[in-house]
Ligand binder design. Sequence first.
Ligand SMILES: Cc1ncc(COP(=O)(O)O)c(C=O)c1O
Length: 479
Amino acid sequence: MRFQQLWGNPPEALAQRTGMAERLAHMTTPRTLAPQTPYPYDAPQSQALLTRAAAVTPGGVNSPVRAFRAVGGTPRFMSSGTGPYLTDVDGREYVDLVCSWGPMILGHAHPDVLAAVQGAALKGFSFGTPSENEVALAEEIVARVGPVEQVRLVNSGTEATMSALRLARGFTGRSKVVKFAGCYHGHADACLVSAGSGLATFALPDSAGVPASTAADTIVLPYNDIEALEAAFAEHGDQIAALITEACPGNMGIVPPLPGFTEALRSVTTAHGALLISDEVMTGFRCSASGWYGLEGPYDGGAPDLFTFGKVMGGGFPTAAFGGRADIMAMLAPDGPVYQAGTLSGNPVASAAGLATLQGCTPAVYDRLGVVSRTIADAASAEFSRYGVPHVVQFAGSMFSIFFREGAVTNYDQAKAQQTQAFTALFQSMLSQGVHLPPSAFETWFVSASHDDAAVARVLAALPVAAKAVSESFATIST
Ligand SMILES: Cc1ncc(COP(=O)(O)O)c(C=O)c1O
């Protein structure tokens, strides 16, 4: 109501007043021209910002993998994003295959999400009280993921998994947790043990600053190994509060559960009175309308007890959630004794962005994501094969990653046994041709529904040169 009084009909009137009309028009203009390529290796304006940033921020970045340490060169400082494209401060445009590490499933600055954010922001940024948007977002999540009866909104995936683990410990009265090598669940102490992507990239098996006593309560097992699972529970079963797993791992590259593995997690945890936590921060609402659970579940042995969500459900804003069985969630304060809180939790603007994003995730969106990712992955694979480059592409819904090695990857040791120099060659070649890939061989590639045929064509056009660079990188190491 107030939005209407102030601005007339959103989003057009608002767009004009804020100079946004041009951008909205720009977003709907089909692109046909390729960028001027190749872009130089150096990026002077990004480098200047990195130097400035490094004076006030460790490494010049606010999250380590953004620093390009695994691939070398200057991380690109982006100045804007529109649909499938990002533009950096040197004025170079890239097709974005990172999508903010997952959240931008509809593309950058999607008009519906933009309108929802503007509408919410006009009413105030944060109230420190309950408000309707957070209720609507929670209802949307509960409606989409059958076994989730209640959710609590938080501000990041890390907070979601940290809180879910505390809840599991409070519910069971036990202290140990089980996780898998190569799975990443955020940077809470209990989870920073053999944690995949960022840490694999930096070759840190652990983080300094995690107390040995905390790490001692985390049992790390090889992924997809039912024997190791059964042995660990046979030995420690009565002390294990929870097993936490990525619903389908994406932080060591995509490594799907082998048939029957998730079922085994369910039956073994049930047999020992431990909770099963399915971390869907990455896969939630991206692999399908109800995440990985929508692709693989329901399971014969029952659903996971708790789920964690983030990324897509925030539409690019810092919001996340954990939820599951109502009897477990009832243990949370203020109803129960497990404390968990947040000044900005359920923020009305972030909740509006998340809700608009989820509502925009129609069946047609998931179909498009599937087409885009298969087209890009198949074309890349064909180019690598043409040069005889050993590789394997693995998928989780529309998420995929490429391992430069022979044979399927089913665990972290296998994921590490790949030729990472080949990925570096691929990354640099694609970047110079205006395609922004995740800057690590251990990360997932994400596409959006805004990746239209023109954006996909740009990626395909870059692949032959990139594949040649990849094949040359093999020649380098064998001499
Ligand atoms: C599976 C999974 N869980 C948890 C997290 C942590 O989320 P955040 O970075 O929002 O703290 C991530 C982040 O990539 C993730 O992929």
